[in-house]
Design a protein around this ligand. Structure first.
Ligand SMILES: [Zn+2]
Ligand SMILES: [Zn+2]
Length: 329
């Protein structure tokens, strides 16, 4: 197999040839067809998240074909197309696992962070955390659903059922979620970097009714806002844009510091909350909803070997929708 490997945070990924993975009991091995690049991969590569496994193969939005199944795996067969997301393993016995909050597990493994991920031709995964993708004919189009879609969905559930939803940062997650919101009959307000008219046009092309800069106030008060951009200064801005009792959901794993703000913009029962990881039921739910909602992803494809370029383009805000790595062989 080949993999793009992170030797230490802050370094470029290096192409490495390795022995093909063999599945442990309960694991599967997948031939990667496509792996989308998430902002979390940038945080890992840039050293903004503590304690990655090193050396590390990043990547947690994996679509591929099962080649081998390990002992005890009967839910998945060789030849099946599956998706492998960020949540790679949970302990099953901590307080959180036992209460249905496995996204908060005390002893988790995360794909492409604390276990090797999908910037590779092959990857091993815990079979219980891989999801059959029957009905998803295009692996490149499906890859961004595995994190941008799943985490976006969890954020939307936390945002409540209000009609007017603001999305701060119109990247991979927001471009998927905007389509789900439209399908649900909600009004979407897209906030981009000030002056990013390309992202605003992309938002409008997906049925978003209002698109503007994150320094602008929306024409109506929002029922909820979801922040995908890793910019703490957006928290007070979003709070100022939501109605009484409204919610601001922070969807990222890392954010710059939130500046001090006057209590009056939180008062009147506004809430700020964060979303961490995903549960397997989030995945099952969203992978059923995405085709029904007619979600179409916008992707820019890079050969696996050019992963560094994909990361740089994502860092530089040059991607509409999602960047996706595809092994060339
Ligand atoms: Zn992600
Ligand atoms: Zn646990």
């Amino acid at each position: 197999m080949k993999a793009m490997v992170l030797g230490a945070p802050g370094r470029r990924l290096e192409l490495e040839a390795r022995a093909d993975p063999t599945p442990s009991a309960g694991e599967i091995v997948v031939r990667v067809e496509a792996c989308a690049v998430c902002r979390t991969d940038l945080h890992v590569v840039d050293g903004e998240l503590p304690g990655p496994r090193l050396p590390l193969v990043p990547g947690h939005e994996i679509v591929g074909i099962v080649t081998v199944v390990g002992a005890g795996v009967d839910s998945i067969q060789p030849g099946q197309r599956v998706g492998i997301p960020w949540l790679g393993h949970t302990c099953g016995c901590c307080t959180y696992c036992r209460s249905g909050d496995e996204n908060l597990c005390d002893q988790p493994l995360f794909t492409g962070y604390t276990r090797d991920g999908g910037f590779a031709t092959h990857v091993a995964a815990d079979a219980r955390f891989a999801f059959p993708l029957e009905g998803f004919a295009d692996p490149i189009a499906a890859a961004p659903l595995l994190c941008a879609g799943l985490i976006g969905w969890r954020c939307l559930c936390k945002a409540g059922t209000g009609r007017r939803v603001g999305l701060y940062g119109f990247g991979a997650a927001a471009h998927i979620l905007a389509q789900v919101c439209r399908w649900q009959g909600r009004e979407v307000y897209a906030f981009t970097s000030p002056g990013d008219v390309a992202a605003q046009a992309h938002a409008r092309s997906l049925g978003v009714g209002w698109a503007g800069g994150s320094d602008e106030a929306p024409p109506d008060l929002l029922d909820a806002a979801i922040i995908f951009a890793p910019v703490g200064a957006l928290v007070p801005r979003a709070l100022a844009a939501v109605r009484k009792g409204g919610r601001v959901v922070c969807g990222g794993i890392h954010m710059s510091d939130i500046p001090a703000f006057p209590y009056r913009i939180l008062w009147e029962e506004r809430q700020v909350l964060s979303v961490a990881n995903l549960t397997r039921s989030d995945a099952v739910e969203f992978l059923a909803i995405a085709p029904r909602a007619g979600v179409r992803t916008t992707t820019t494809v890079y050969p696996l070997e050019r992963a560094n370029e994909a990361l740089a383009d994502l860092r530089g805000g040059r991607i509409q929708g999602a960047a996706v790595l595809v092994p060339s062989v």
